[in-house]
Design a protein around this ligand. Structure first.
Ligand code: TYM
Length: 339
């Protein structure tokens, strides 16, 4: 079947659980800000329905949602240019999610590595929502006929599943209705690693706060975390090839490159053979220079939660005008009666 032409449209999302960390910023939000300059519609979503696949204290969830929205705005997502909203205000996500639960196959879901990582040995006690999560993610994307999804490396498999769901839906119903979405995973920081263990990704849920840089960390904390970041004892290499098999060194160079909008090769050219006593303070200074204005602006925005709520309500309104006709057509294709 030939692929219909879809208007280029970008969708991406972030969970409001546990605050934002540097990986979310470099792997996702910073790149979304760059994509806003492009010639297409951008839709960015705080995915609160995804957050509740694991327990969230109701007292914290609404504020966590506001905080992630504030972080996105502070980093440069402009609600006048992009559609910015929280998922639970657009019911169509859940509705399309159900239809996709009936399209996705158990065998596909069983291959999702993130479910295995998150559920761990206790899979029997994991929520059904955590298992079905990638199908809701497919609904988030396809509800807007999004053609491009900028994400970090860890979400690649979920975007591939989204493509499988779109293909199966189109095939089963004999239509060319959903686009086959492209993941957009590029730049030096698609997988920011844990500062204490360069083989694990940085995440909000790791055991120790020293493993990650939080977007709300102050300058002293950022400096301390980079100073204590684990590395091998050798200095930086003379060429970028010398970073192979040195995951911790590679990670710090990647972070520097992403923060300074350069490449790892350029960073090595700037600091050939430098010792950690030189490179780590330079990295900490750069991180503070780039992150302090964002955390300052986040705090300013968080002082007026009603304004954030208004922004999200307006975004949800815009999102509904795109989503509802696509959901209505989906119902029609499936044969669900709307009398
Ligand atoms: P979440 O909330 O875990 O992460 C949000 C975004 O941040 C990226 N990211 C990272 N990138 C580089 N290095 C890291 N250490 C790192 N940690 C996180 C993630 O890749 C992601 O892009 N399932 C998604 C949320 C979601 C979504 C969607 C994304 C729901 N629906 C539709 C895109 C489209 C998630 O849990 O992201």
């Amino acid at each position: 079947m030939s692929q219909a032409t879809f208007t280029p449209r970008v969708f991406s999302g972030i969970k409001p659980s546990g605050g934002l960390q540097l990986g979310n910023y470099l792997g996702a939000i910073k790149r979304w800000v760059d994509m806003q300059a492009g010639d297409y519609e951008n839709i960015y979503c705080v995915v609160d329905m995804h957050a509740i696949t694991v327990w969230q204290d109701p007292k914290d969830l609404a504020n966590g949602t506001r905080e992630v929205a504030a972080g996105m705005i502070a980093a440069g997502i402009d609600p006048a240019k992009s559609v910015l909203f929280n998922q639970s205000q657009v019911a169509a996500h859940a509705e399309l999610g159900w239809i996709f639960n009936c399209v996705a196959r158990l065998g596909w879901m069983n291959r999702m590595t993130q479910f295995k990582d998150k559920a761990g040995k206790n899979a029997e006690k994991a929520s059904l929502g955590l298992y079905a999560y990638p199908s809701l993610m497919a609904a988030d994307i396809l509800l807007y006929h999004a053609t491009h999804v900028p994400v970090g490396e860890d979400q690649k498999q979920h975007v591939e599943l989204t493509r499988d769901i779109a293909n199966k839906f189109n095939h089963d119903y004999g239509v060319d209705f959903f686009p086959i979405t492209e993941p957009v995973i590029d730049g030096p920081a698609t997988r920011v690693m844990n500062l204490r263990d360069g083989t694990k990704k940085m995440s909000k849920s790791g055991d120790s706060d020293m493993e990650r840089i939080n977007m709300t960390d102050d300058a002293d904390t950022i400096a301390k975390k980079f100073k204590k970041a684990r590395t091998d004892p050798a200095p930086l290499p003379e060429t970028v090839e010398g970073l192979a098999d040195r995951p911790e060194a590679r990670n710090l160079v990647d972070i520097y490159a992403a923060l300074s909008d350069t490449t790892p090769a350029e960073v090595i050219a700037q600091y050939p053979g430098a010792g950690w006593g030189t490179f780590k303070p330079a990295l900490a200074d750069l991180a503070v220079e780039k992150l302090a204005p964002i955390s300052g602006e986040m705090a300013r925005l968080m002082a007026d939660p009603a304004e954030i709520d208004r922004t999200l309500a307006q975004g949800a309104e815009k999102a509904r005008t795109i989503a509802e006709p696509i959901l209505a057509q989906t119902y029609e294709i499936v044969g669900l009666l709307r009398s």
